[in-house]
Ligand binder design. Structure first.
Ligand code: MCN
Length: 722
């Protein structure tokens, strides 16, 4: 029996549970300088002067080049690492001080005098006049021409804070000769930090070693280099002393790149029988200050704008606007949840308009299942999917019909707790970024295997999964396979972890490298045994020998050393999909919402480790529900953040969430031999609209058509009470 598809326990947990696997902050030594950034208290202004204490560094004293953002408009929005003249958001780093402890650095920072001339701030993307990026539109002015019914709505997909348990964290230790740095950083993409630091400080990239030790979550926001990372590296390089930056929670809520932030105007057209005829979408995205990846993400919203449905005509436009708020980046789903959210809300509005059951309306419009490419009007090439299959299954598992009966009963009785049932059908794109990833597999002299790979875990369980994949090919017990990642000094190259790319790309690279090692071993063993290579087989837990003759097996230690490097290029992306049903109760007296059930059928192709995939499904549901019900990164009209502590930013705890009913369906991808697609973001995407739809479904008796997220008790109470 193969080890693939089994819930092997996480090999990384021993170190995490015993504290032997350090996080960045655990590596700080007593000779480390601690840094504290002085941040702008206003959203927009002109920096007049900075007068400070010993250990103060400013843009002028550090003389650093600008940070050139990745798309979409690199030159125009190249950013000063510390403010030179213009301040652009509350939290914009102006200067930094170092001290022998963080407390000392904080005290010194308190003595720094900053003079700023305030300017009026632009906080809403709709009010901004500066376009950072415009998505290439899909133009069909008559997209709604064939419609007999058109539903129109404006949706706000609010900004979210990523809230990883571990905030930003970096420790930079200079080499003795002054020509290199060793950097421990809480990141999803060590090679990006390496390239950015080396370029800014004019160092040989080979002399900048970046290691991501244990990382306490990233959720997309640790996929790029922050200005603070480079500033801290510059001070370490200059002083010859180790320097650390440990972001506080409030600093994190001010400054870590938030996600989402779209205003969407949607018109969905259909025939009276429910057949969709076309859609028109206009998106205004908030790129925040210093536009970078977040400004580009509406491209993914466009790519996914027809979802799982047959929508023959599409008119889609999106532009990203500059505002005086923290720079927007990627957050779990990154551009795709926004598409699913407007589609699934629009489907429910259409169902209500046509007085049709929302599940039935979806059934009528879902794409046929397919196992070869399906090209959508937005140019997405869906690799495989069974959309109707997941919807029918989730309706059956939820007991959809009896839920509807119970709902009617409660309504008829005038119960205090109303029942709401929400459905969503989603598809998303995974394997984002470069479609290429590196891995190598080596057989060591003791017969064990070492796997190197270019992706970098933040809690997903890569060490376990890739060990399973190598173990399956080599016939080795999993404890004889060691997985090494997240260290630019050991792993030759890599493209990092984001866009749910790691398993399909790095996992496939491991699989291919291990297969090549087996081939080498077979050739070697055949030579020694004077047999045909074609007659060689792996003997589980032993080595390689002649088929039908276990006694001939040569152990891996005797075949060592062997090593293969493999750069796997998938050439295309995979599209996981699924259907969710959420069941909520809404208190008609207070507007409070209780999530009572959440049922999923998710399809990410073959699953390598069901326990790890379920962990992803769980975390994804929590974050998806959080957007629907609780979380919003809010700013006042003058650009002051209103949610800079976890008292105001309502990240949920286990108490608010039900026990999930998680299920899977398997439609393998033809794009890799493992048949796997990503699962890291999928359930976040499916959950938000299911919960959102459930609450509005509960409010149907009051004729409430739409409320924007997060669905706070106050918002609901006001809607119920007119
Ligand atoms: N898996 C599997 N079979 C599949 C798909 C996945 O067994 N068919 C398992 C994999 O083995 C892996 C995990 O599920 O352990 C996730 O794999 P994958 O979908 O390839 O996603 P990545 O490893 O690339 O992780 C990135 C993804 C993203 S983009 C965000 S955002 C997110 C997420 O992962 N951030 C996370 N999950 C997170 N989980 C934790 N704990 N912390 C984060 O910051």
């Amino acid at each position: 029996m193969s080890i693939l598809g089994n819930s092997v326990l996480r090999v990384e947990d021993d170190g995490l549970l015993t504290g032997n696997q350090p996080f960045t902050a655990d590596l700080i030594t007593s000779d480390t300088l601690h840094s504290c950034f002085i941040r702008s208290p206003v959203a927009h202004g002109k920096l007049v002067s900075v007068i400070g204490s010993p250990g103060l560094y400013t843009a002028a004293s550090l003389e650093l080049p600008k940070l050139v953002p990745w798309p979409p408009t690199p030159d125009r929005y190249a950013r000063d690492l510390l403010v030179v003249d213009k301040i652009r958001y509350v939290g914009d780093p102006i200067a930094v001080v170092t001290g022998r402890s963080f407390a000392e650095a904080q005290d010194l920072a308190g003595d720094v005098e900053v003079e700023i001339e305030s300017l009026p701030a632009v906080v809403s993307a709709e009010e901004s006049s500066e376009v950072a990026f415009e998505v290439e539109p899909l133009v069909d002015p008559s997209a709604l021409e064939d419609a007999e019914v058109v539903v129109e709505a404006a949706f706000v997909n609010q900004k979210l804070a990523p809230v990883p348990l571990e905030t930003n964290s970096i420790l930079v230790v200079p080499d003795d000769d002054g020509a290199g740095l060793c950097i421990w950083v809480s990141t999803q993409f060590p090679w990006d930090n390496q390239a950015s630091v080396a370029a800014a400080l004019n160092l040989d990239p080979n002399r900048v070693r970046v290691i991501a030790p244990a990382v306490g979550g990233g959720f997309g926001a640790k996929g790029h280099t922050y200005p603070e990372h480079i500033v801290v590296a510059a001070i370490a390089h200059r002083t010859g002393q180790p320097v650390a930056w440990q972001e506080t929670r409030s600093e994190n809520l001010l400054n870590m790149t938030p996600g989402r932030g779209q205003i969407q105007r949607v018109a969905l057209g259909a025939k009276r029988d429910g057949t969709i005829t076309g859609i028109r979408v206009e998106v205004i995205a908030d790129a925040g200050a210093y536009p970078h990846v977040g400004a580009w993400l509406p491209n993914y919203t466009r790519l996914m704008c027809t979802g799982t449905y047959r929508i023959p005509r599409v008119d889609f436009r999106a532009r990203s606007m500059v505002t005086n708020t923290a720079p927007v980046g990627a957050y779990r789903g990154a551009g795709r949840p926004e598409a699913t959210a407007f589609l699934e809300r629009s489907m429910d509005l259409l169902a209500r308009e046509l007085q049709m059951d929302p599940v039935e309306l979806r059934r009528r419009n879902l794409l046929e299942s397919h196992s070869t490419d399906h090209v959508t009007p937005s140019g997405a090439v869906y690799d495989s999917g069974n959309y109707r299959g997941t919807l029918d299954r989730v309706a059956e598992l939820a007991g959809y019909e009896s839920l509807r009966q119970e709902q009617s009963l409660r309504r008829a009785r005038g119960d205090q707790w109303l029942l709401g049932i929400g459905v969503s059908s989603y598809i998303e794109v995974t394997g984002n970024g470069p479609t290429e990833e590196f891995a190598s597999v080596a057989i060591e002299l003791d017969g064990s295997a070492t796997v190197l790979c270019g992706v970098s875990s933040q809690g997903q369980g890569h060490q376990t999964t890739y060990a399973q994949i190598a173990a399956a090919q080599l016939g080795l017990p999993i404890d004889k396979v060691r997985v090494v990642q997240s260290d630019t000094g050991v792993v030759p190259r890599g493209n990092g972890t984001y866009g749910s790319r790691s398993l399909q790309l790095a996992g496939s690279a491991v699989d291919e490298a291990a297969r090549a090692v087996v081939e080498q071993a077979c050739v070697l063993a055949a030579e020694r045994l004077e047999a045909n290579t074609a007659d060689m087989v792996i003997y589980e837990g032993v080595g390689v020998g002649i088929i039908g003759s276990p006694a001939t097996a040569i152990g891996w230690a005797d075949l060592a050393p062997l090593a293969v490097e493999f750069d796997f290029d998938q050439g295309a992306r995979t599209y996981p999909s699924g259907s969710h049903i959420s069941v909520v109760e809404v208190d008609r007296e207070t507007g409070a919402v209780r999530m009572i059930r959440h049922i999923t059928v998710d399809d990410c192709g073959n699953v390598i480790n069901p326990m790890l995939a379920q962990g992803q499904q769980h975390g994804g549901i929590a974050q998806g529900a959080a957007q629907a019900l609780w979380e919003e990164l809010a700013y006042a009209a003058d650009g002051q953040p209103m949610t800079s502590t976890l008292l105001e930013y309502l990240a949920p705890s286990a108490r608010e969430l039900p026990s999930y009913e998680i299920n899977s369906m398997v439609t393998p991808t033809p794009l890799n031999r493992l048949g796997v697609k990503g699962i890291g973001e999928a359930t976040t995407i499916g959950t938000t609209p299911a919960v959102h739809n459930a609450v509005l479904d509960a409010l149907a008796p009051w004729g409430v058509e739409h409320l924007d997220m997060p669905l706070s008790p106050e918002k609901i109470w006001r809607a119920i009470n007119g």
